[in-house]
Design a protein around this ligand. Structure first.
Ligand SMILES: C[S@@+](CC[C@H](N)C(=O)[O-])C[C@H]1O[C@@H](n2cnc3c(N)ncnc32)[C@H](O)[C@@H]1O
Length: 267
């Protein structure tokens, strides 16, 4: 396991143990209409019954449980054993069938090729240095014509200060960069201070998907802006800096896995 993987696994294990942000399991309210919670964009066609769904880097007992409750056959992959423990806990409590796999999103060799009609990935590609390596792995395990719905931190959100100065949220990190971002102080929901996070440029986030055998069908920018929120809060910063992008992509029928990632243009 790489240094990055080790640190991020440790960080998410700790977060799960202390119930930090983004480790909340699904609640009674969510189970009343699971599909409405997991498909706010209406991209899943209104029914996931019997579909093989991979919840990628989605441990924590929320996504996996809601997809399973909506009738899908769910596998959840995560690098953190503690996050996966929450998935198993909810599965037992709710009598749901959920398969858990401990693996890094950029090495899905434990999974069979073309074994999922749907892959869903919450915000998590910021924890790996190479987002295109993840896309190639997802392309391998997605059926031709299958859906890949992923959410990512927008690059500008990883460049901008988390706390405003008198001139607003300054852009302090270069766009073209390598290596993990410098750490931030704890207590902001925009960054997970104990983790190593990486900025991915648009040419990698969007172009990388196309080069990996997917066609982008739709894009959304989930709204978190709250003009009435206090400066420095998630809602206030989101008025100026969009935090996330959500992408609906479909696996092409005609791209053999061995040709994935071949670049046609080099910057
Ligand atoms: C924001 S959380 C997403 C899960 C959250 N419970 C949800 O439903 O949105 C990010 C997840 O990515 C996982 N993660 C971090 N690095 C990973 C890696 N290299 N491979 C797989 N999962 C990883 C973390 O353990 C964590 O569970």
């Amino acid at each position: 396991m790489s240094r990055v993987q080790q640190q991020n696994r440790q960080a998410w294990d700790d977060r799960a143990r202390r119930g930090a942000w983004y480790t909340e399991t699904a609640t009674e309210r969510h189970f009343k209409n699971p599909l409405a919670v997991i498909d706010q964009c209406g991209w899943l066609g209104g029914d996931v019954t019997g579909q093989r769904v991979l919840c990628l880097a989605a441990g924590g007992g929320k996504q996996s449980a809601l997809y399973a409750a909506a009738g899908a056959m769910v596998t959840v992959v995560d690098i953190s054993p503690e996050m996966l423990r929450l998935d198993r806990q909810v599965a037992i409590e709710r009598r749901l069938r959920i398969q858990t796999v401990e693996a890094s999103m950029d090495d899905l060799s434990a999974l069979e090729p073309a074994s999922f009609e749907i892959v869903v990935q919450p915000v998590s590609t910021c924890y790996v240095p190479d987002v295109e390596a993840v896309y190639r792995q997802v392309a391998r395990v997605t059926t031709p014509g299958g859906l890949y719905i992923s959410q990512h931190k927008q690059p500008v959100s990883l460049q901008a200060d988390v706390v405003p100065s008198s001139r607003g949220y300054g852009l302090n990190e270069p766009y073209h960069r390598s290596g993990p971002l410098p750490p931030v102080a704890a207590g902001t929901p925009h960054r997970e201070s104990e983790t190593l996070e990486f900025l991915h440029r648009w040419e990698n986030l969007l172009g990388g998907l196309c080069r990996s055998g997917f066609v982008i069908e739709d894009v959304a920018e989930p709204r978190h802006a709250n003009p009435k929120a206090e400066p420095g809060t998630f809602g206030h910063r989101s008025c100026f800096v969009p935090p996330y992008i959500k992408i609906k992509a479909r696996r092409k029928h005609d791209t053999p896995t061995e040709s994935l990632g071949r670049r046609i243009w080099t910057p």
